[in-house]
Design a protein around this ligand. Sequence first.
Ligand code: SAJ
Length: 479
Amino acid sequence: MTASQHSRTSAQNAPQDLGTRAPLHKICVLGLGYIGLPTAAMFASHGFQVVGVDINERVVETLNQSEVHIHEPGLKTLVQAALKTGNLRVARQPEPADVFIIAVPTPLSPVSGPPSPKADLSYVIAAAESIVPHLRSGNLIILESTVPPRTTVDILVPILERSGIGVSAGQFSSAPVHPSTSTLYVAHCPERVLPGRILEELVCNDRVIGGVDQASAEMAKALYASFVEGEIFLTDATTAEMVKLMENTYRDVNIALANEFALVAERLGINVWEAIELANRHPRVNILKPGPGVGGHCLAVDPWFIVQVAPEVTPLIQTARRVNDSMPAHVVELVKRALAEGKTGDQGPETEDKLPSPVSGPPSHRIAVLGLAYKANINDLRESPALRVVEGLAALSYELRLCDPHVNEAFPWPLLPLLEAVKGADCLVLLTDHAEFTALRPQVVGPLMRHRRVVDARGCIKVQEWVAEGFQVMILGDG
Ligand code: SAJ
């Protein structure tokens, strides 16, 4: 089917159940995480009656106290406003509604492991089972969670059919719509929002909606058109699942390429950052940035969902994943090398922090690790490569001083304010390019350190400035 643009609507002018012509007023959102909560609040702020459901009691309690457990620009204001109007309610259990939106996590299964991890669909299955007793004819069920191809048709639909109500059938096609009155409509509507810009992208991004049939896709489109300003494209459910996975896999593979270029540049003794900048002057080249690895709940996970359905024909995707997964260990090697490479630079002030022999062996080194979140200016630690680097450094018995001004979580090590983390350090290791760290001045931190060394895994410091202050500088990808 070709692309079709939406028309704007709202709950007052609500999309219709195509069979009964009843308006879809009430939405039950299952899972109040990074996607479910903003989506629930967005629908509520557009006049729908929304019940947000989460199995985590703490999440429900927090929201019922008008607090928000997710840090995302604008989210707290939106959620609080939605709760205040009464359009958004929060509960532990689902209840009857016109629309059910499943937005629960799909992590990698802890039991599958190498050589090829697989999706853990237990949350999707549990959420689908939990709504079965509440389903009524004419309901629209939307799966937003990222899933392996064919999950909607092979796993979700059979569970929903346990309700005794049939799922809107037939091949997806642009044939005329003849919905029955005793039918469930089912669609996959993957999210595409970037953490840090979720609310903006929820509204502005184009959206791909995959129906199990034409009627389901059209119903879901009418619903999302209440707030989506981007174009809405309709297709079948399996194509929509694959589209979502292809987007994140494309990015993961391209980051792996940048990381591989970085490793080659180190061998050649050239600077990959300069080389990438120059290569990107080509009108059809856009190489991404190398770094300490790929984190977050999407890029580090989703490519495996494609691999699991076709392992024999996906060597490129698998290799890319492994290249990106190998980067934290490479950063640990860079730190080891930086510490082993002589005693250049200012030795810093004589303080009581001075250890007997700071450069004679790894155990005595004090490392200030700057940045734990998986990317800049967010507090999200999921799959963060920085945590793998920290594990690697800890295994070498270095004394670690961790700092991440965006993160507020318990670690085996306390999180310290920046200048405290840096005090008496033998090496700074920059893992996340938070604004606080890219603005860091060597003139400020240098005098606090025991040895002036910095390892920059994000290519974000101005090398000359640091060298001028007597720092021994090591940049990932710069030989
Ligand atoms: N990274 C690099 N080099 C780069 C770009 C990113 O090393 O040049 C690293 C980041 O540091 C981070 C990881 O990749 O560790 C992922 O960051 P990201 O900003 O590329 O993506 P996410 O995971 O925050 O969000 C992605 C987005 N997908 C795409 O851009 C194709 C977002 O639009 C999706 O909605 C989201 O995944 C998701 O939920 O699937």
